[in-house]
Design a protein around this ligand. Structure first.
Ligand SMILES: NC(=O)c1ccc[n+]([C@@H]2O[C@H](COP(=O)([O-])OP(=O)(O)OC[C@H]3O[C@@H](n4cnc5c(N)ncnc54)[C@H](O)[C@@H]3O)[C@@H](O)[C@H]2O)c1
Ligand SMILES: [Zn+2]
Length: 358
């Protein structure tokens, strides 16, 4: 399957298919990418998936340190060093093979090296395949906060091979599935139902089951970012589950939850708010809660302080001029963005998901 996405720097293709990684050389040629290619990955991913990528270039891959704590300017500096050492010029392209951390870091290096050289995204985590590799947001963290330094640098090409997910640790895989459920809730009841119906096949990493949900998620993300690349309206809906989710990550210093797990809880919080307001039918909230429960237990929240979590929400990067835009589902498959959610509403929703301390 091929999706064609319009962006401010031209159109790019997203090729999604089990086994497509084996054809990546032809896809790069077809996308008229510069002949000099620099592969970027990390040791974890490279150990599993050196084949079929090593053939793309005679040069050694640039392997970046693995882990969110290395998604910073120091790592970007190491990328510049390696590119300069190899005399990478404007007729060069970066091929980023890895999860969201690798893609964001390599993408930011590509956005800034020589004021920008093309980047090809080859995502290898479920989260990266359905989310971070699409849309052109790249960047790194600062000691003061996540993703504070970044750029828009749409990829020249995205290659999504669901079979690469066979080696992904179960917890990482699950974390990505919450983002898939997110797309279902905001935009597609059929996607939501499909995840619910095919969980065992998905956890077995069945290529056909994966293809169905990955391609539909990519289609939704691509369509949203094409219509609103700069996040002034529609793109905000992708933040469903992320307002409380980010706050939960922040109050636990990013140590307790995988991002997707916090989003799983954040979706429940948003659904509670919507049901309490009467803007979402309770059975839809129950369906979401049932699917999240079916995915397995999430890290504990009982000990987390409500007041501090509210504080973190108020400081979210997405608060513009004091206005918090909250994405609330109106049913499974539809949502709205509202600007008048009060602290009290959020506090009671946080309690409803099990937070007990003040
Ligand atoms: N740019 C965007 O629009 C956007 C959107 C969402 C998230 N993000 C960013 O994405 C990052 C999270 O990405 P992530 O969840 O992919 O985490 P990650 O990149 O840290 O990957 C998780 C772990 O899985 C390993 N891994 C990757 N592919 C593997 C494979 N096929 N087999 C075995 N192990 C594999 C990685 O090396 C890592 O250890 C965050 O930094 C977040 O800010 C960016
Ligand atoms: Zn997310």
């Amino acid at each position: 399957m091929l999706l064609d996405v319009g962006s401010r720097s031209g159109r790019y293709g997203i090729h999604i298919e089990p086994g497509v990684a084996a054809r990546v050389s032809g896809l790069l040629d077809g996308a008229r990418l510069p002949k000099r290619r620099f592969l970027m990955s990390n040791a974890t991913v490279w150990r599993f998936h050196e084949q079929p990528f090593a053939v793309l270039t005679p040069e050694e891959p640039i392997l970046l340190p693995d882990g969110e704590r290395h998604k910073n300017l120091q790592t970007v500096g190491r990328v510049y060093d390696a590119l300069i050492r190899s005399h990478a010029d404007r007729a060069s392209a970066i091929v980023a093979i890895g999860g969201g951390v690798l893609g964001d870091t390599a993408g930011f290096a590509a956005a800034t090296y020589l004021r920008g050289i093309p980047v090809v995204q080859i995502p290898t985590t479920l989260l990266a395949q359905v989310d971070s590799a699409i849309g052109g947001k790249v960047g790194v963290n600062h000691a003061q906060g996540k993703n504070l330094i970044g750029a828009f640098h749409p990829p020249a090409l995205v290659v999504v091979d669901p079979t690469l997910l066979s080696t992904l640790p179960r917890r990482e895989f699950r974390a990505g599935l919450y983002e898939v459920i997110k797309y279902g809730v905001i935009a597609s009841r059929p996607l939501f139902d499909r995840v619910a119906a095919s969980l065992p096949a998905l956890f077995k990493r069945d290529p056909d089951a994966l293809m169905a949900i990955v391609s539909e998620s990519c289609r939704i993300k691509a369509s949203v970012v094409e219509q609103d690349e700069r996040e002034t309206g529609l793109r905000r809906t992708l933040n469903f589950g992320h307002t409380a989710g980010h706050a939960l990550e922040a109050v636990t210093k990013y140590r307790r939850f995988r991002h997707g797990e916090a989003v799983g809880l954040g979706m429940l919080v948003a659904a509670e708010i919507a049901v309490a307001r009467g803007t979402m039918p309770a059975p839809d909230r129950d369906a979401l809660a049932a699917l999240v429960a079916k995915m397995g237990p999430l890290p504990a929240v009982a000990d987390l302080p409500v007041a501090e979590t509210l504080e973190a929400i108020a400081h979210d990067k997405k608060v513009v001029a004091g206005q918090l835009h909250y994405v609330l589902p109106t049913s499974i498959g539809e949502c709205e963005v509202v600007a008048d959610v009060t602290k009290d509403e959020i506090a009671s929703a946080l309690r409803s998901i099990g937070m007990t301390s003040a």
